[in-house]
Design a protein around this ligand. Structure first.
Ligand code: GUN
Length: 280
């Protein structure tokens, strides 16, 4: 019997616990999200982050900018937020327009308020095997979900499809830190199926319908990070759920798997930032 990894249920459990924890803090956490442009998917993500933060007693604000905002304007706002003691967490929603230097923007965020763990300082800590102020939310959520279902990582072959700074790269590092053997595949990988067939745990964060049952060994654990609407307007992921769910030991649904875990992890990160920076 294939086990469906229920991210929604675990998210709700984590948020319930966090709500109590937030109420006991002497500092009210405050998340500020910087959002540029009007990409519909980004708008949904950003509004969701605010909604769930407020649900558990975290103050949240979205600062929206038009697509043609200049880099100095964004840098000035980040500097202001860094120096605002009421703001405990800063998130710049990605992607940013092409005329903005993403690395410059992310580097400007105070690492102690870097709720995504995307600043070079925090990713440097992660890649050095040290503890960053926050771990990237999607990888953190994936590990939490695997742990919840007692899925062993140590010694397992984890194949990550996708090499983004948001998911693929930090996840590979976090899996290494948990003693997995990690292979990272991407759009230039030759013979993808040959590699995915050797996965004990397959994580697809590539975007697009690419993972079929004949690319996997039976009883593999399948984590689907992809999310998009198909021709019929139905939400789906990178994995062909109908066929793969017949051979996998565990699989995440889309929606209801990784997405809710990203939100839960972001909320955990907001609380961690307060605890890690010694504000409490
Ligand atoms: N865009 C897609 N996922 C993420 C994320 O986890 N954080 C940020 N800041 N932007 C994203």
């Amino acid at each position: 019997m294939t086990v469906i990894l229920d991210g929604k249920k675990l998210r709700d459990k984590i948020l319930e616990e966090l709500k109590l924890k937030v109420a006991s803090l002497t500092v009210v956490p405050k998340l500020v999200v910087i959002s540029v442009g009007d990409d519909p998917a980004s708008q949904i993500y950003v509004n969701n982050k605010k909604k769930y933060a407020e649900k558990i007693g975290i103050a949240a604000e979205i600062i929206g900018y038009p697509e043609d905002v200049t880099q100095p304007v964004l840098l000035k706002k980040i500097d202001e937020l860094n120096n605002d003691t009421t703001v405990t967490a800063i998130l710049v929603q990605l992607p940013l327009p092409k005329h903005i230097d993403k690395l410059k923007i992310l580097t400007a965020i105070d690492p102690k308020k870097d709720v995504d763990g995307f600043t070079p300082y925090n990713s440097g800590l992660l890649f050095s095997g040290a503890k960053p102020f926050a771990y990237p939310a999607t990888p953190r959520g994936i590990l939490r979900l695997l742990d919840e279902y007692n899925i062993e990582i140590d010694g397992k072959h984890v194949v990550v499809v996708g090499r983004s700074n948001i998911v693929g790269k930090p996840l590979a590092q976090m899996m290494l830190n948990r003693n997995a053997t990690v292979t990272v595949c991407h759009s230039h990988t030759k013979n993808l199926a040959e590699i995915t067939k050797t996965a004990d745990i397959l994580v697809s964060a590539a975007g697009g319908k690419i993972i079929e049952d004949n690319m996997l060994k039976s009883n593999c654990v399948v984590i689907d990070v992809g999310i998009f609407r198909d021709e019929k307007g139905k939400l789906r992921g990178d994995v062909n759920f109908e066929t793969v769910s017949k051979i996998a030991s565990h699989i995440t649904p889309v929606p209801g798997g990784v997405g809710p875990m990203t939100i839960a992890s972001l909320m955990l990160n907001i609380v961690d930032l307060i605890e890690n920076s010694g504000n409490v």
